[in-house]
Design a protein around this ligand. Structure first.
Ligand code: PAF
Length: 289
C-alpha cells in the first residue's frame, strides 16, 4: 500500500488511474480506525476501482481546550487495517504541511452548522468543511464515504458539495455498533470500563425512541431527554428530533422521516449518536420482521 505525506505525490500516483477511467474512492478519517471506518473502506472497495483513505487528525475542527492532544492516534495500526481492507493508499499529511500557519481560507456552510454540534462547538464545522474540501481537491475522488454516525457532518458535507458543484458523490454509510449497541467511535478507547457501561445509555435511549416512534416529535424528544438526564454517569448535551435533510427541530405530528440525535459527556469524553425514526427507521424495520 502506498503511504503519501504530500498532495503532489498522491496526485501524481492517482493521475494514471483517473486517465484510465478508473473510479477513485476516498475514505476521509482521523485515524485510530475501528469497525465503523472499516465498513466505509469495505463499501468503497466494493464500489470503486481504487480506494484511498486519508488519516489526518484535523486540528482545525478542535477548539482550544478540546481533546486534540489526547485524540487517539495509531498510524501503523491504521496502515495495517487499511491494507487488509484492500485500500490502495493512505494519505497522511503532516499538520505543518496540510494546515500551515498563514492559511487564509475557510469553507463555511451556513445554517446547517448552527445547531446541534455547532451550538456546542461553534468552530467545529468550519474546520471539517475546510479540510474535507482540501481532501477532495487533493484526491479528486469520484465518490467519498462518510459515516452516518456523524450525521450532521454528512448533511453539511453534502450541502457543501452541492453548493460548490464539486464533482464527487457523497456516500453515507450506516452507523456500525458494538454488540451492546454502542456506536463505534475512535473516542470509545478513552472510556474507562465503568464509563463504557454508562455510555450504552445513548444508543439504548435512541433505540427506545425509534421503537416507540408514533410520529409525535415532542413526545420522542421529551422521552429521550428525560431518559438520558436520569442515566447514571452521563451528562447530556443535547437530544433532538430533527428533519433528516434540513436538521430543523421537528414539532407536533410528523408524517415523514425524522432523525433523533444525541450528544453527551461520559466523564471527560464527549460522545454523539443518532438513529432514524419513522419510515426506514429501527422501529419500522423491527416491526416488519
Ligand atoms: O469524520 C471525521 O473523522 C472527520 O471529521 C473528517 C471527515 C475526516 C474531517 O477531518
Amino acid at each position: 500500500m502506498h503511504v503519501w505525506h504530500d498532495v503532489a505525490a498522491m496526485r501524481r500516483d492517482l493521475w494514471p488511474h483517473r486517465r484510465a477511467g478508473r473510479a477513485v474512492g476516498l475514505v476521509p478519517t482521523m485515524g485510530a480506525l475501528h469497525a465503523g471506518h472499516l465498513s466505509l473502506a469495505a463499501r468503497a472497495v466494493e464500489e470503486c476501482d481504487i480506494v484511498v483513505a486519508s488519516v489526518f487528525v484535523n486540528p482545525l475542527q478542535f477548539a482550544p481546550g478540546e481533546d486534540l492532544a489526547s485524540y487517539p492516534r495509531d498510524p501503523e495500526g491504521d496502515a495495517g487495517l487499511l491494507e487488509s481492507a484492500g485500500v490502495a493508499g493512505m494519505f497522511a499529511p503532516s499538520p505543518e504541511r496540510f494546515t500551515p500557519p498563514g492559511r487564509r481560507t475557510t469553507v463555511h456552510v451556513g445554517g446547517l452548522t448552527a445547531g446541534l454540534e455547532g451550538a456546542s462547538r461553534p468552530t467545529h464545522f468550519d474546520g471539517v468543511t475546510t479540510i474535507v474540501s482540501k481532501l477532495l481537491h487533493a484526491a479528486w475522488p469520484d465518490r467519498a464515504y462518510f459515516g452516518e454516525k456523524d450525521y450532521q457532518q454528512l448533511v453539511v458535507v453534502r450541502a457543501m458539495v452541492r453548493d460548490l458543484d464539486m464533482p464527487v458523490e457523497i456516500v453515507g454509510c450506516p452507523v456500525v455498533r458494538e454488540p451492546d449497541g454502542l456506536a463505534w467511535s475512535s473516542r470509545n478507547v478513552l472510556l474507562s470500563e465503568g464509563q463504557r457501561v454508562h455510555a450504552v445509555a445513548l444508543s439504548a435511549a435512541l433505540r427506545a425512541a425509534a421503537e416507540s416512534w408514533a410520529g409525535d416529535a415532542d413526545a420522542a424528544r421529551r422521552s429521550l431527554r428525560s431518559t438520558l438526564a436520569a442515566a447514571p454517569g452521563i451528562r447530556l448535551d443535547y437530544a433532538e428530533v430533527v428533519d433528516p435533510d434540513t436538521l430543523e427541530p421537528l414539532a407536533g405530528t410528523v408524517e415523514g422521516p425524522a432523525r433523533a440525535l444525541v450528544a453527551a459527556w461520559v466523564g471527560t469524553t464527549r460522545l454523539i449518536d443518532n438513529m432514524p425514526l419513522g419510515p426506514g427507521g429501527a422501529g419500522r424495520r423491527r416491526a416488519g420482521r
